[in-house]
Design a protein around this ligand. Structure first.
Ligand SMILES: O=C(O)c1ccc[n+]([C@@H]2O[C@H](COP(=O)([O-])O)[C@@H](O)[C@H]2O)c1
Ligand SMILES: Cc1cc2nc[nH]c2cc1C
Length: 351
């Protein structure tokens, strides 16, 4: 599979208009469900049908990978936590497992570049592994050209596998100590922001860590800006195997007309690149939440997305998207199940 994506069709405008019109017939004052109405309209347009059907198989894919930059003191936690958390996802003990269970979603974990040999992990987890840890993006490329192509191919194949397996609503989650640094670099490269505008606290770094991270982002951005017009080169230079696979997964979901709930800053960085890989992909996405990472707000602004939740979350794993799944379900069921003024014999607003 190549790194060139087919064109993305927009969601159905006919279903969108039908959903807008249907909202006017339901037993509530015009527009009274606010953004829940817009969300239902988006679901109808993605499904190409009104009323839309409740999603039957929401699926969260957590892309795990380590980052060489983590060795330079830019995270509050050591890299070994990435592999330990992969094990935790597999035994169901992580936040995303709990949130997914509540939301009726299932979780899959893929090891794209965790810094371990992957021994003992199920084949489905390690099948797409590209390398052990991506490069330190302040001073070297994250990946070779072959590796970035392999990661993009993997992301597309994973989206295809999930959609062919019946997934009808997708989330890309992330797990990788240090990954908010390459994410910040990608976001600055694609929005034109200055380094200081994208430095966040990540897992909770102190002021000295913040200074080291700002320096790493400045150095990485100097390298990334040279290739910012080429999304594959950008992922190779400043991303990593996990982020490259996420970007390809998000773009391929749009190619396959499958809606996505975006998570926080790492998914956001991948989404910005995905929009460059396959223009128009963002019409297939909603933003689950606004992460406290400052760079995430730049992503939301650039993609023109309004987050469904503002819960001051900064976990990753797909958690902010999973927390928003119930809202998507409610918005869908409102359009599908509410009575109309005619059905219920309720008097409509006079002209
Ligand atoms: O999703 C977010 O907005 C987010 C914000 C801060 C941290 N994280 C998670 O924390 C890890 C990266 O943080 P750091 O400080 O190691 O760069 C990684 O596993 C992310 O999933 C995630
Ligand atoms: C424990 C832990 C869990 C995480 N989940 C996503 N990023 C994380 C970072 C840490 C440190």
């Amino acid at each position: 599979m190549s790194t060139v994506f087919p064109s993305v069709d927009p969601p159905s405008d006919a279903a969108r208009r039908e959903a807008v019109a249907r909202h006017e017939t339901l037993t509530k004052p015009l527009g009274a469900l606010g953004k829940l109405e817009e969300l239902g309209v988006w679901v109808a347009s993605c499904q190409g049908v009104c009323p839309p059907k409740p999603f039957t198989r929401p699926r969260i894919v957590v892309f795990a990978g380590d980052h060489g930059i983590a060795k330079h003191g830019v995270s509050a936690y050591p890299s070994e936590v990435t592999a330990q958390m992969v094990a935790n996802f597999l035994t169901g003990g992580a936040a995303i497992n709990v949130l997914a269970a509540q939301a009726g979603a299932t979780v899959r974990v893929v090891d794209m570049a965790v810094d371990s040999d992957g021994e003992g992990l199920p084949e489905q987890v390690t099948a797409h592994k590209v390398r052990r840890s991506s490069g330190s993006v302040d001073r070297e490329d994250a990946l070779t050209q072959d590796e970035v192509e392999a990661a993009i191919t993997a992301g597309r194949a994973i989206a295809d596998e999930e959609i062919d397996g019946g997934a009808d609503l997708l989330v890309a989650g992330d797990m990788g100590i240090g990954n908010t640094t390459p994410s910040a670099i990608l976001i600055a490269a694609l929005t034109g922001a200055e380094p200081v505008a994208v430095v966040g606290r990540g897992t909770g770094i102190d002021d000295q860590g913040w200074m080291r991270k700002a320096t790493a982002i400045r150095d990485g951005l100097r390298r990334a800006r040279r290739v910012s017009a080429d999304p594959v080169a950008l992922l190779r230079t400043a991303g990593g195997a996990d982020i490259a696979a996420m970007a390809a997964f998000l773009a391929q979901a749009a190619v396959r007309r499958t809606p996505v709930i975006l998570d926080g800053v790492v998914a956001g960085a991948a989404a910005l690149v995905a929009e460059e890989l396959a223009w128009g992909s963002s019409l297939w996405w909603v933003a689950g939440h606004r992460s406290v990472e400052p760079a995430h707000t730049l992503v939301l602004d650039k993609l023109n997305l309004t987050p469904l939740l503002e819960m001051d979350m900064r976990l990753g794993e797909g958690s902010g998207a999973a927390a928003a799944i119930p809202l998507v379900t409610m918005a869908t069921r409102i359009l599908a199940e509410m009575a109309t003024f005619t059905d219920a014999g309720v008097t409509e607003r006079p002209e």
